[in-house]
Design a protein around this ligand. Structure first.
Ligand code: 6PG
Length: 283
């Protein structure tokens, strides 16, 4: 189910490869257009990629002043908070590169969540006013949580269940010609009961309308979650519902994601999850 799968030896090799591919994608896009829009992800794996970009040659070879930075999700905390995805990207990358401050469009995690989501959506609608019904990011970066979440689309949370029911409603309307189309939202505050928290997140159609979607995933903790994604779309595996409309999707993963924890290369546990007959994850 996952095409465009790029498997790297280590997290460091993954960061190196993604940095090279990113420089190429940016340069190719900027040969045809004035600006490049990217939505960043939180998490340890994207962080290693940002840290790589902050070093030679990328720190000086990428035309940073033509890039515009957004976030696909954010914690409801102030921007200096260690849990802030903005804070992480600022520490790992943005403080080192000449990006104009006006090009850094952070989610305001310190504001009341519903207001922060609505205001972020408004600023995105301003930026993408020529894109049509949905924005078309040049690149959206995503991680994968051990529970299958991506961005802040957590299993069982409203942003996931609403997406599933909106799709069903759309299908019903197409068949019956009745009903009203749901009001499309670009950004929502997602109440996550399991974690007793609220997060700000892009909705699925925003992600699915990007020109490029790149998942960056490392570590044996993700083996099972990645195996679920490979089985195809399923609401219990929110990352599996990311399905590009016109763009392309790539999965950059390291060997631990594929093989799980086992150290013994001859053991069955070393076989890629998709090749195991019993479907066990090795975790
Ligand atoms: C966040 C994220 C989240 C993350 C994954 C993977 O705010 O935490 O945006 O979706 O990307 O949980 O994170 P790791 O790479 O740290 O496992």
């Amino acid at each position: 189910m996952v095409d465009n799968l790029i498997i790297l030896e280590t997290p460091e090799a993954l960061a190196e490869r993604v940095a090279g591919d990113f420089a190429q994608l940016v340069n190719e896009a900027l040969a045809k257009q004035d600006r490049f829009s990217i939505a960043l992800a939180g998490g340890q794996t994207p962080k290693q990629f940002y840290e790589r970009l902050a070093k030679a040659p990328y720190v000086s070879s990428i035309p940073w002043s033509r890039l515009w930075f957004f976030w696909g999700d954010e914690r409801c905390v102030p921007k200096e908070h260690p849990d802030s995805n903005f804070h992480m990207a600022a520490e790992a990358l943005l403080q080192y590169v000449p990006v104009p401050p006006a090009h850094v469009m952070r989610m305001h995690g310190e504001d009341p969540p519903a207001q922060a989501a609505a205001e972020y959506e408004k600023s995105m609608r301003g930026f993408f006013r020529e894109s049509g019904f949905w924005p078309s990011f040049d690149l959206i970066l995503l991680g994968l949580g051990p529970d299958g979440h991506t961005a802040s689309l957590i299993p069982g949370s409203p942003a996931v269940t609403n997406h599933v029911s909106e799709n069903l409603e759309e299908r019903r309307q197409l068949q019956t010609g009745e009903g009203e189309a749901p009001q499309p939202r670009w950004v929502v505050h997602n109440v996550i009961r399991a974690l007793q928290t609220v997060r700000l997140t892009f909705t699925y159609p925003v992600i699915n309308h990007a020109k490029s979607i790149w998942f960056l995933v490392t570590g044996a903790k993700k083996t099972q979650a990645f195996a679920e994604v490979q089985k195809g779309p399923n609401p219990n595996s929110p990352a599996s519902l990311v399905q590009p409309v016109n763009g392309t999707m790539k999965w950059y993963i390291d060997k631990e994601v594929v093989y799980g924890r086992s150290k013994d290369p001859s053991s069955e546990e070393r076989a890629p999850v998709s090749q195991r007959r019993d479907g066990r994850s090795g975790q």
